[in-house]
Design a protein around this ligand. Structure first.
Ligand code: SF4
Length: 385
């Protein structure tokens, strides 16, 4: 799949030209017929002839070579790590989160559409030149313990993310990717040596719905299983969008599929709010509580409900054995952490997560997941109980 460059609005054309000028030679590609190149950074696997851009709008073939985003960021913020819907990684720590431009999907409810869809829609935000050293220095200066790649799809700039995370790791920072999961084994392998956390959005429950977003469900399920098997710490977010995925049976099946993969996987059910091209009201609190309850009954140990003030008690991390609150949160921020070296403060049950660096190593060793090959990734399938 590939996209010949069509006529673009002036602002988009200007941004595209500027980003192309900053791009660097990419590693995640392979020769195709003639001077074409197959991009391996996402599951679209675009075949690009010279002069063509991929569906993401930011990777392209220049004179027979593949180029990818490098050396700039769009936005960056320092905020609590929980604002990225990552709950089992250093609770209360600050994270420097950076974004780029472009996306391999087209979700009509995208919170960051002015970045993710910036190569399709008019946007006013230009890039800021950056080096890995400067960005990591900013993180350290701000007291951040985590560096996150987010806002648009990070793995379409996997080479740049790896460069930043390599620098972050040198300084002992934890690294996290927030991805739509429409990825490849090659992209995950590329970032694996320097990445601790993969937070995956599982957006729809069937292939038909995924295609309305510009993707397919199979690669996302494969990425989820593969990332887990490769030893990343994985958390899953399902933004519940009325009309797209608010099917109670489908969500229950998804909960069962996650349990089969690992009952310790945190699953976040966040309520979609009207934004961008999506106007439907959020799902009801009762609906989300019912799905969360079903997920607990099916065996998931950590289920969270977000963006719903009336369900704020489901933002806390509870011990799966004695149900004591171990980590208390409000509005995607930690307000109390009673974990004792990753264990329940009441009954000493170990809770799954990268609670601190020592526990991250301990957890990986426990799971025997130091660096399995991607071929070892199990299949995950919905509706196959
Ligand atoms: S990242 Fe995906 S959409 Fe972009 S060029 Fe590569 S395969 Fe195509």
């Amino acid at each position: 799949m590939s996209a010949a460059r069509r006529a673009l609005p002036l602002a988009v054309e200007r941004l595209s030209t500027e980003l192309d000028a900053r791009a660097a030679r990419a590693e995640l590609g392979e020769p195709a017929a003639g001077e074409a190149i197959r991009c391996l950074a996402c599951a679209h696997r675009c075949k690009l002839k010279p002069g063509q851009h991929g569906l993401c709008g930011v990777r392209f073939n220049r004179d027979g070579e593949l180029y990818a985003p490098f050396g700039y960021v769009s936005r960056r913020y320092v905020r609590p790590v929980e604002t990225n819907t990552i709950f089992h990684v250093h609770p209360g720590a600050l994270a420097l989160t950076f974004g780029m431009y472009g996306c391999d999907l087209r979700c009509p409810y995208c919170h960051n559409w002015y970045l993710s869809q910036a190569l399709r829609e008019e946007t006013t935000e230009g890039p800021t030149a950056m080096t890995p050293e400067a960005l990591v220095a900013e993180a350290i200066e701000a007291g951040a313990e985590v560096v996150c790649a987010a806002y648009n799809e990070p793995l379409i700039a996997a080479e740049w993310v790896r460069a930043i995370f390599t620098e972050a790791r040198k300084h002992g920072l934890t690294t996290a990717i927030i991805t739509d999961g429409n990825s490849t084994a090659e992209a995950l392998e590329h970032v694996r040596p320097v990445t601790d956390v993969v937070r995956i959005d599982l957006k729809a429950l069937d292939d038909k719905s995924y295609r309305t977003l510009g993707g397919r469900i199979e690669p996302v399920l494969e990425t989820l299983a593969r990332a887990h098997a490769m030893g990343f710490w994985v958390e899953v977010v399902t933004l519940v969008v009325p009309g797209l995925n608010d099917d109670v049976h489908g969500l229950r099946e998804l909960a069962s599929a996650l349990v089969r993969l690992d009952p310790d996987l945190p699953w976040h059910l966040n309520a979609a709010q009207p934004r961008y091209r999506h106007e439907a009201p959020p799902p009801s609190t009762e609906f989300l509580l019912s799905v969360a309850g079903a997920a607990y009954i099916r065996g998931l140990r950590h289920v969270y409900v977000g963006n719903v003030p009336a369900a704020s008690a489901l933002a806390h991390t509870r011990c799966p054995e004695c149900h004591s609150v171990a980590v208390r949160r409000m509005d995607f921020r930690t307000t109390g952490n009673r974990l004792d070296q990753g264990r329940c403060p009441e009954c000493a049950t170990p809770l799954a997560g990268l609670w601190d660096a020592r526990h991250a190593a301990h957890r990986r060793a426990q799971r025997g997941q130091l660096s399995p090959s991607v071929e070892e990734a199990p299949k995950i399938a919905l509706g196959m109980e």
